[in-house]
Design a protein. Structure first.
Length: 141
């Protein structure tokens, strides 16, 4: 009887692992077109070459939006932050040069363990960041 229950228990957890793995595989094997659309939603170009100022402005913007900064690495150009609300949001923002006079900023967010694909959320972040960059450029505190 114990062996029978143990086999059912093992089968149940194996089935859960397979279902979870299938979901992850689906995300990894998503079509290139959908990945390109998501990347376009997540990325904005800014007309500045000052990476340090951009990173500082991103940190301030995330804090204004209620995020807690987990990590910031100026050498890698990455910032990770968490917003502990009912959605349990986690965001990573990367900054990299684009030519001589622009920076590309890409934000990648997750709600719980699922990627956030809602364009409105990214638009809100980038609108706030654009306003903050404008104020920073005009030295308004």
């Amino acid at each position: 009887m114990k062996t029978y229950l143990l086999l059912i228990f093992i089968f149940f957890f194996a089935a859960c692992a397979v279902i979870s793995c299938a979901h992850s595989t689906h995300q990894v094997l998503a079509t290139g077109e959908s990945q390109a659309k998501l990347r376009a939603i997540q990325t904005r170009a800014f007309d500045t070459a000052d990476e340090t100022k951009m990173l500082r402005t991103i940190i301030a913007t995330l804090q204004d939006l209620g995020f807690i900064i987990d990590r910031a690495d100026a050498n890698l150009g990455t910032i990770s932050a968490t917003k502990l609300n009912m959605y349990n949001l986690r965001i990573t923002v990367t900054v990299r040069p684009r030519g001589e006079s622009q920076l590309l900023v890409r934000a990648n967010a997750q709600s719980h363990i699922y990627p956030l694909e809602d364009p409105v959320a990214y638009q809100n972040f980038f609108n706030s960041l654009s306003k903050a960059m404008f104020l920073t450029a005009h030295e308004v505190d």
